[in-house]
Design a protein around this ligand. Structure first.
Ligand code: G3P
Ligand code: MG
Length: 249
């Protein structure tokens, strides 16, 4: 088993772009992350009606757009009309929910790495995964600047089945007893987890097993001070400026 060590060349990854600096999961948020020096961003991909793939976190449209209702029921042409910026501030009025394709183009034009988190409705793994992978195959150039993560292990298992070369990262709130078995089964690259629930014992075991360790979502450097000691490789943060000394490394 070869460790794909060169992939992750940063300690700081912008969360949903840079969710504290601009409306999350928009192109403005991706640009904001790049503007403050982040070289990687995490964003969420969501399957909507008619097979559309958009960058969106929530199961409903209400919090982050001027629309309402279930995200999965929105049609691409309706989604394209929504304002995804004014909820955050007037400055971002008119900001759109990006399609996956628009986000891939934006991220590559900024020369950023991408942690693409597959969101799911447990039933639709067979719909979203092949579609996301096809989009990546056709529109993403550098596999070494791409990580695919998900809380849904079945989604990552299907990723592995379709394209074993991708860098996969199971996401956990609480890390299960059998995490090593789960990571081995998909030749995972990284384990991504909630910094506040991770223990030192777990962190050291994950690193000893040869995996990258990423923690979300830390916006206060003091809260993850110990985690660096334990071997954490990178932090996923809404505000990369909080970690500016590490951005320079
Ligand atoms: O990838 C880390 C983080 O994004 C996972 O949680 O809910 O913010 O997508 P969430
Ligand atoms: Mg996410």
């Amino acid at each position: 088993y070869i460790l794909k060590d060169k992939v992750l060349d940063t300690k700081v990854m912008g969360h949903r772009g840079a969710a504290l600096l601009a409306p999350e999961n928009t192109l403005a948020s991706i640009r904001a992350a790049a503007d403050v020096g982040a070289t990687w961003v995490e964003i969420d991909v969501y399957l909507i009606a008619e097979g559309g793939l958009v960058i969106f976190h929530d199961d409903t449209l209400d919090r982050c757009t001027d629309g309402s209702g279930l995200t999965r029921d929105a049609r691409p042409m309706d989604m394209a009309e929504l304002d995804a910026g004014s909820w955050f501030s007037d400055k971002f009025t008119g900001e759109k929910v990006p399609t996956l394709l628009e986000a891939l183009e934006c991220i590559q034009s900024l020369n950023l790495g991408l942690n693409l988190e597959i969101k799911h409705d447990s039933t639709d793994v067979e719909n979203i995964v092949p579609s996301v992978l096809a989009m990546l195959r056709d529109h993403w150039q550098d596999n070494d600047k791409l990580m695919i993560s998900s809380f849904n292990l079945a989604a990552l298992e299907l990723c592995y089945e379709i394209d074993a070369q991708r860098h996969l990262a199971p996401l956990y709130e609480d890390i299960p007893e059998n995490w090593l078995e789960q990571l081995k089964a998909i030749k995972a690259y990284s384990l991504n987890c909630d910094y506040s629930r991770l223990t030192e014992t777990q962190a050291r075991a994950i690193k000893a097993a040869g995996y990258k360790l990423l923690c979300y979502t830390a916006n206060d450097p003091k809260k993850v001070e110990a985690h660096w000691e334990w071997g954490m490789d990178a932090v996923i943060t809404d505000d990369p400026t909080q970690f500016s000394s590490l951005l320079a490394e």
